[in-house]
Design a protein around this ligand. Sequence first.
Ligand code: PLP
Length: 475
Amino acid sequence: MIQDEFERAAAWIRRYFEHPERYRVMPAIQPGEVTAALPSHAPETGEALEDIFADFERIVVPASTHWNHPRFFAYFATSAAPVAVAAEALAATLDAKAMLWRTSPAATELEQVTMRWLGHLLGLPSAWTGIIYDTASIAGFTALAAAREALDLGIRELGMAGRSLPALRVYITQETHSHVEKAAIVLGVGQRNVVRVACDEALRMRPDGLAAALEADCKAGLRPLAVVATVGTTSTTSTDPVRELAQVARRFGVWLHVDAAYAGIAAIVPEFRSLLDGVELADSLVVNPHKWMFVPMDCSALFVRDESMIRRAFSLVPEYLTTPEAGAVNYMDYGLQLGRRFRALKLWFVLRHFGAEGIRARLRGHIALAQEFAAWVRAQADWEVLAPHPLSVVCFRYAPPNLSEAALEELNARIMHAVNATGEVFLSHTKIGGRYAIRVAIGNLRTQRSDVEHAWNLLRREAGRAALAASDVVG
Ligand code: PLP
């Protein structure tokens, strides 16, 4: 019996990875359909594996958006290397709760080793410490909590309410990912104290703007908590000038967190190492192996200059969790969670399976495909690229002449939804300076040039149809 479930699952996974493109990328279903297909109560008695599996194939798989599909180009395209999926099954089998060294010696030490390997590949200072979290959002929250502790305002002991404290301020830009604002909300900073520093024309935080904001706030008696710079913003992959921002942050004694969730991984490639230029002057940095290093969700690596600041913010040891191993790392001291998954195993499998050169080759391939796609857009009349595209994301739109911004938005949204409705491709959008942009993000292990070409053909076909429909209306 036991063999059955594993053989069944393994066979299914093998078949899935042979042809993930056999599915629609995004299912053609409406909200509520999955719920309606399922019973309203859990079964009272156990069911046969055969029936459970049949429902998995009948209900779950067709209602899934397939991130492993080679024509998934939305958000940041990611994919799971099969070898890492195998590692996930092994990690689930060991079912370690990696909170204390003694509850998970291998998980603890493999995390230390893989974080050192990754830090070295990224060119980070060897004295920095890497810790794995589920997501960049939680890693960012953790870094900001450490930054708040570093202010020495007694917030850990006394809280923030009922005493006079200066308002704490966090500095970002309009391009910064929304998790930073969420972290500011839950850390008691408040949304109004999240300062949006102006960007230059390439959507990068302006160091002079940051210096001016810090200066004005300090004069007004406010207390800067942290600056968050982004390497590879979510909309366009623009990169803030980390070195200059770090110099400003240092001048004011403010914690600098670098959010390199997607693009930081590219620093493994020598010709893109400059993305992380100046990062050694920062206090913390996050990169997501689950975004662009073929590690399945979830695996986010936070690197910190001084790990004791994280422990100061989070360590709290009740009697039942005290341990006799002096000097051992207990990862429960590094965040909100107690029990933690054995995430380092899949990262270790990926690093060993591909080798650094294998990862570099794939990232270079993705970047080259994106550059080629941008060239196709540029070469086509009535299409335009809307932002610099240094990496594997291109923002663009169909822009026939004499249309208002509102009409262009309507038109491009229609084109994108029509393309997505085919189920053959999945794209997402953003706005850049108020202008609606379609995004093509390339980051999947299986994406070939023909997949990108297919997306481009569909886009032009749907643009043609939309233009025709519009002229019919006018006519
Ligand atoms: N930071 C950046 C720049 C992102 O683009 C994203 C998500 O796309 C995040 C943070 C959030 O990542 P996560 O889902 O790991 O929290």
